[in-house]
Write a protein that binds this ligand. Sequence first.
Ligand SMILES: Cc1cc2nc3c(=O)[nH]c(=O)nc-3n(C[C@H](O)[C@H](O)[C@H](O)COP(=O)(O)O)c2cc1C
Length: 160
Amino acid sequence: MNQFDNQREFRNALGRFATGVTVVTTIGPSGKAEGITANSFSALSLKPPLILWCIGKSTPTYKSFITCTHFSVNVLKADQLDISRRFATASHDKFAGLDWREGAGGVPLLNDSLAAFECEFYANHEGGDHSILVGKVYNFSYTDGAPLLFNAGKYEKMTA
Ligand SMILES: Cc1cc2nc3c(=O)[nH]c(=O)nc-3n(C[C@H](O)[C@H](O)[C@H](O)COP(=O)(O)O)c2cc1C
């Protein structure tokens, strides 16, 4: 028996790396707004301005993201747990009744996020059962506020 036979244990170890929570959005091939909760977001490069995130190859929205030209990354605030749950659950229209707008490149942007990065699709790298998607940021915004956190498989709020 090796350490990786129990995938749960490996996931538990990875989950000890606390992160923020984002919702990544795009417009799918049929013109529909699509989005997914992701905590694999990371800064990548300042010059050129690049960010990355990873998407599971078996995720229903995988095809939409792998073929898109633009996407946006919306960093969630501490009080946006319901939005994180909504975008982590498969549904026909995750945007129904939600407060959002169209960004400059046509991608959906959540209103009232902590930060938002509007990106052009820059590169797609192989990553096992995930793909690493790199975006070139052409517009960004941010505000002050407490972030929603994800740690050891649970949502948390920052304490001073
Ligand atoms: C906190 C959190 C972080 C997540 N991060 C990722 C991620 O980085 N990449 C990914 O592919 N799925 C991630 N997921 C899972 C997706 O959000 C989930 O599979 C979602 O249902 C995908 O949407 P879809 O079923 O409409 O494709 C995360 C889920 C949660 C709750």
